[in-house]
Design a protein around this ligand. Structure first.
Ligand SMILES: [Cu+2]
Length: 104
């Protein structure tokens, strides 16, 4: 019984170390930027823009708002860049420029 508890404790400690390591690695490279996408003119536009953005390797999240005419994009900057995001929306037919970056 004693060894079982200790094995579980070890597992738990190991799991927390791993969780920290992953969180740290993600923290280092993940960025969230807001792109201004003024060319969106109807409710379908944000869907097109979102599709174009999530297709970019390294993008983990894209929230596109038609009302605000902007896209909030979370990406791994080891895999992609703001320029690549702008190019992706441009290729989909929408020009975009960086409005700001969320800093932690
Ligand atoms: Cu549209």
């Amino acid at each position: 019984m004693k060894t079982l508890v200790s094995a579980q404790a070890k597992k738990l400690i190991l799991a927390s170390i791993l969780a920290f390591a992953f969180a740290d690695a993600a923290f280092a490279a993940v960025r969230t930027v807001t792109l201004s996408v003024p060319g969106m003119y109807c409710a379908v536009c944000p869907i097109t823009v979102k599709k174009a953005l999530v297709k970019v390797p390294g993008v983990s999240k894209a929230v596109v708002s038609f009302e605000k005419k902007e896209a909030v994009v979370t990406f791994d900057d080891a895999k992609t860049s703001v320029k690549a995001l702008e190019d992706a929306t441009f290729e989909a037919g929408y020009e975009s420029t960086v409005k700001g970056e969320k800093t932690k």
